[in-house]
Write a protein that binds this ligand. Sequence first.
Ligand code: BGC
Length: 715
Amino acid sequence: MKRNVQEEVAKLISEMTIEEKVAQTSQLAYTQMPKERAEEYARKGVGSFLHVLGDDAKHLQDLATSNGKKIPLIFGIDAIHGHCLKKNATVFPTQLSMACSFNTELVEQMADATAKEVAADGLHWTFSPVLCLGRDIRWGRVAETFGEDKYLAGELGSAMVRGYQGDDLSADGKILACAKHYIGYGEATGARDSYDTEVTYRKVRAEFLPPFERVVKDGCASIMTAYGAIDGIPCTANKKLMTDILKTELGFEGFVVTDWDNVRHLIRKQCVAENFEDASEIALNSGNDMMMKTEDYIEAAVRLVKEGRVDESVLDEAVRRILTAKMELGLFDNPYKRLDESVIGAAEHQQLSYELAKECVVLLKNEDVLPLKKDEKCKKIVVIGCNADSVRDMYGDWTYFTHPDPNFDAEPVRPYVTFIEGMLGLKDDFNCEIVHAKGCGILENDEAQLDEAFKLIADSDLVVYTFGDDIYQTGEAKDRADMSLTKAQGEVFDRLTKTGKPIVSVMIASKPMCVPEIVENSKAFLTAFNPGAYGGKVLAETVFGLNNPCGKLPISFPNHVGQQPCYYNYLPGWHCKKYVDMPQRPLFVFGEGLSYTKFEYSDVAFDKDSLTLSVKVKNVGERAGKEIIQVYFRDVVSSVITPVKQLIAFKKIELASGEAQEYKFTFTEKDFSLVLPDERRVMEKGELEVMVGASSDDESLIKICFVQDKTVEIK
Ligand code: BGC
């Protein structure tokens, strides 16, 4: 029989003591306390643990469901691009990498597969997707984002939430999603992780809220607050953001969880509270429902409610939201909901990781050198560079190499294919000799190793230079001031250019790097950021033409770190439009990416009444390929400054050689809207420009204008 969730939850709450209710609003970190203490908390009915795996979770659940009110625990885990804190789980491309695919279906399937692997471990909740925007590549967490654009982040985030949660949370293999970090976290001044964010609420609504709004509509079960602060108020202490906007205005029905130890941060880092009582009072009264990692919160909150500093109804509301999620997940019927362990790392998930990685490869330069052919020009290939054989740099952040505690030298678990393994796997088919010379590390050179490498190059036909970053240069609290090639890798490249050999450069890095010298001196340049377990295979297959690249950049590549922030939807008004010592165009722009075939856009029309755009796309090249059609708009004259262009739709298509098709995109008034200083959203009257094409670059867009004759308020 179907449960009456709200009735049952209300009844349960009416029977709970203040201590039991406060315990439910607390999430504790399993790896940060002795096992006995965790067991004690489970018996006392704490709401959740994070970072517990498999049988340990089962043991804690046994304790929780056989003591006190017998309320099941929910276990949270950072399954960010697969359940990869677990060693044998499937490792998918990182968020930034999968964003290159612009493929909502594959992203949804990856989240569905991840949910199953998480569920097979007896866990119920992933702290994903990340909806922060990566608009300054110095920020350590850019690789966790879907890139710089709010629309793309919203579409891919929504796909992920659907994949994790499905239509029915109580179904087997479905878990809670958690959209994070709410809000403006990627915009911190100077790209300094967790630092203050200097933005207005108008900007919050215009730029950072839309992806969250999107997933709230999809029923995303939880939202995590950001570490940072908006206009001096830490996000965890921000009633306007959490209660007024998120819960009241957007109608968010799930629960809000703080980020790691955020309640303590109010005291120790942000200095807006003197002690745990004050911090807990602020946290509860501003709208957090569950406090992550702050053990001291528990006693403080009990005292606060008993003393009346926090009204019991505030606590009840937090508990209601948490228990509702637990009940909707089906934990009151089956607290384990554990799928068979064979699901973890299953063959079909590995296949999916491979399929997704194929779509994440972005080819950014190609002077008639790729794909490599079986011919005399390609008899001996030297692959040089340290990331060519590095599993952990294929994987990137948030795997067992990095969390819950860093273990950079952990023994990697198969299956995976590094780039050099992928290349060697194809040498017989292409009848060539392939040798690998590491040449250098990310940070240091070994002269003897280098001399050895250059001896190999002397009689080679082509060099594949693999460069990038390492996992100690990316992630939380790993912001960088210098985004150029490290000295060691730069020296190798300089020496390479002097050999006169044709160079194909393959970047295996967490995020864009400022490498104009590499682009200029290479015949071809490609990347897939951190492409996961099969990244090496798909990059090699792309080099040899077995995979036709179809990824596009979700983020711009600046020429120089001094150009930060650098994103396609910048605001007009900069006097010189460029730094005098830099080209105006970034090295690569948002939406850019080549294929081994060519697409032609034509027959663009826009129907003003139905707000429908149509466009014809033809594959005019010699092989089948996938293309990402992008639609942007600009409000030509607006009452507030609006971006020079803004993505409002995209579509991934596939066309055979010679095939042409017409595609239609229908919009709503909201798609053409802006946010006024009083925080209302409107579509303003006047001229609007719609642009369609293959990238955000003006040269690849066909433009069409229409006039909107009245201003419309958007609800
Ligand atoms: C990060 C979150 C993460 C949490 C739990 C925090 O430091 O900011 O993204 O989900 O830790 O691991």
